[in-house]
Design a protein around this ligand. Structure first.
Ligand code: A2P
Length: 344
């Protein structure tokens, strides 16, 4: 039995940094839905929205300015306000004795920082006892590793080739507004204004998420490769193409997985049916398969279209869908917070 991270209490002081944003708002509703023991809630954002109200458990709370906030006495802070904000403020919270669960990419690949998906590597949380910062992985990585873990435990993976179909909510509230606005503009025969994405997103797909690097991959693709290795503590090959699609909520992934030994679709279906956090929807005869329209608002990682790759031995195709704002961000962060208050 390991030592608890936080002492047993009837309630904890929880700060949500980025409480006015797409992920921050979902963090508030998931804390409420899962009855996380919150004694005091502190919503924080930039000075732009200081004074605004957010609702939690039917009560209004005033948003405070993060820059002016003293974190003394906060037990857990859930950060989702961008990498720069995390780099600047997470250490301040950790030094004050607070555990920070950070949704940005700022700390994920720091070897001293835990990068945790509770269904996959809860033991990694031990690393956070000293530095008190825990990184929440990239949304596309989270849903992929939840699906890969039970398969890899049965037969080690040799190689993964993934293509993503990522919703605009992954890029925040302004990105969702841009899809809605461009759609309306185009349906009204107006010119679509492009501000958030590198190209028009309405009625389009953009094979470009985050910045390009010298090797031709984007940073989003690099995150999927590097974070998968760190979370799964494995050195199998991963390659990725990440694509933005005009969907509001729910990332989809076509994942091709080669195993080092015998594996087939039937066995994979059984393993996934028993896996924590996974729901299999795979009925070609009934034309039933996971889709973002149905996964949005739900917690599991949905897996379907499980089939043997006819072109390659011991290789499977999987179609993996999850709500990127929930399991890909806010829910995973709250699940980490639940591990922090677990008493054994
Ligand atoms: P604000 O409302 O004050 O801009 P999204 O990902 O949906 O765009 O949301 C980003 C969240 O991060 C918002 O809550 C936003 O607050 C917050 N945020 C952005 N920059 C900062 C900052 N410098 N300090 C604190 N919060 C920030």
């Amino acid at each position: 039995m390991s030592k608890p991270f936080l002492p047993e209490q009837t309630g904890y002081t929880v700060a949500v940094v980025g409480a006015t944003g797409a992920v921050g708002q979902t963090m508030l509703s998931i804390l409420e839905e899962r009855k996380f023991p919150v004694a005091d809630l502190i919503p924080l954002a930039s000075s732009r929205s200081a004074g605004a109200q957010v609702t939690f458990q039917g009560r209004d709370y005033t948003v405070q300015d993060l820059a002016a906030f003293d974190p003394t006495g906060v037990d857990i802070a859930l950060f989702s306000a961008g990498g720069g904000t995390s780099l600047e403020h997470a250490p301040r919270f950790a030094e004050a004795g607070c555990y920070v669960v950070d949704n940005s990419s700022a700390w994920r690949m720091d070897p001293s920082i835990a990068l945790v998906v509770p269904e996959v590597n809860p033991h990694a949380l031990e690393m956070a006892r000293e530095n008190r910062i825990i990184a929440n992985p990239n949304c596309s990585t989270i849903q992929m590793v939840v699906a890969l873990k039970p398969l890899h435990d049965a037969v080690p993976i040799e190689r993964v080739v993934v293509s993503t179909y990522q919703a605009v909510s992954g890029a925040g509230g302004k990105a969702m507004d841009e899809l809605a606005k461009q759609t309306a503009q185009l349906l009204n025969a107006q010119q679509a204004e492009v501000n958030v994405f590198p190209a028009r997103i309405a009625f389009n797909v953009i094979p470009h998420i985050d910045v390009f690097m010298d090797d031709g991959y984007t940073k989003e693709e690099r995150k999927m490769i590097d974070e998968t290795a760190k979370i799964m503590e494995a050195d199998f090959a991963v390659t990725a193409t990440t694509v933005r699609v005009p969907v509001f909520y729910g990332h989809s992934e076509a994942v091709n997985v080669t195993f080092t030994g015998p594996m087939n679709a039937e066995r994979a279906r059984e393993l996934l049916a028993d896996a924590e956090g996974v729901c299999v929807v795979d009925d070609p005869a009934g034309e039933d398969y996971p889709m973002p329209s149905e996964a949005a608002g739900s917690d599991p990682v949905w897996v379907g279209r499980i089939r043997d790759d006819q072109s390659c031995a011991n290789t499977l195709h999987l179609w993996v869908v999850a709500d990127n704002v929930r399991k890909g961000a806010a829910l995973n962060a709250v699940q980490i917070a639940e591990l922090l208050i677990r008493q054994n």
